[in-house]
Design a protein around this ligand. Structure first.
Ligand code: NAP
Length: 284
């Protein structure tokens, strides 16, 4: 039976330390979140972020814009937040409506406030193996989980399924920077099972329930499940057939309670880190 990687516990510990550090600041870090339209899932995520920020003493500004907002208006709003000295971190909740070019919007956020690490300045640093201002929230959370459980990465074969800019691609590069041997799989990968069977660390970031079955993994694999899906009775589940894969793995993340809490934890940590970078002289 695998040891469960408890993202709730790890994130709680990290956030307790963070909250202590924030307590002594005269001026609080500030996270601005822009949400466009009425997508109910996006609203839930934004409310969770707002609630967590409040708990920690991080100020949050939620900018709500209508579905019909023009690209120009959105760019203007980001420019305003870029220039607002009080705002330390800017997050644009995705997805954006079809008429808006997400790439142009994300590149408008100044790299020093780019809390989810989408700007080419920051992604370029990750790709080059040098330091961005902050690392993207979900991959950062996964690396911290591996560190917390003393799971060695160097020299291991890490297989990352998914190549999105928010999870798979940066995570693969970060694991490479930690000296893993990395294979990236995606929807065009042939014989996925042949590749997953060779993984020492298997990370699935696809969004497909039961994609990873027990016959696709080797004994003692470390499994990180990023996927967020729903069962028939609307319960949250990941990409991995947890019940059967757990029997073969050495470590495994549950869904919920694995990667999810670490993502929001990294968002808070990143907001604080950007605050520190922007106030180098005031913060010891
Ligand atoms: P995404 O942008 O839709 O990317 C999904 C990736 O999976 C793509 O690279 C796609 O390949 C690949 N893929 C699709 N079907 C596949 C298959 N059958 N075999 C192998 N690869 C396949 O999604 P995302 O934003 O990265 O998110 C992935 C999942 O993680 C979602 O369930 C999302 O809700 C969840 N998520 C969770 C957290 C968290 O905090 N827990 C954070 C972010 C995302 P192509 O590139 O070829 O299309």
């Amino acid at each position: 039976m695998a040891q469960i990687i408890d993202g709730k516990l790890v994130s709680k510990k990290i956030l307790e330390n963070l909250s202590d550090e924030i307590l002594f600041l005269a001026q609080k870090p500030c996270l601005a979140v822009i949400i466009v339209g009425n997508d109910s899932a996006s609203k839930i995520y934004v409310n969770l972020k707002k609630k967590k920020a409040l708990e920690l003493g991080i100020e949050s500004i939620v900018v709500e814009m209508p579905e019909t907002v023009s690209q120009e208006e959105l760019l203007e709003k980001i420019e305003q937040l870029n220039n607002d000295k009080k705002v330390n971190a800017i997050l644009v909740q995705l997805p954006l409506p079809q008429h808006i070019d997400t790439k142009i919007i994300l590149e408008k956020i100044t790299p020093l406030k780019d809390v989810d690490c989408f700007h080419p300045y920051n992604t370029g640093h990750i790709a080059a193996g040098t330091k961005p201002y902050v690392y993207p929230c979900t991959p950062k959370g996964i690396i911290r989980l591996l560190e917390y459980y003393n799971i060695p990465v160097e020299g291991k074969h890490a297989v990352v399924i998914g190549r999105s800019n928010i999870v798979g691609r940066p995570l693969a590069q970060m694991l490479l920077n930690e000296n893993a041997t990395v294979t990236i799989c995606h929807s065009r990968t042939k014989n996925l099972e042949e590749i997953t069977k060779t993984a020492d660390i298997l990370i699935s970031a696809v969004g497909q329930r039961n994609l990873i079955k027990a016959n696709m993994v080797k004994d003692d694999v470390v499994v990180i499940d990023v996927g967020m899906n729903r069962t028939e009775d609307n319960k949250l589940c990941g990409d991995v057939d947890f019940y059967n894969v757990e029997k073969k793995a050495s470590f495994i993340t549950p869904v919920p309670g694995g990667v999810g809490p670490m993502t929001i934890c990294s968002l808070m940590q990143n907001t604080f880190d950007l605050y520190k970078l922007q106030n180098k002289n005031q913060v010891t």
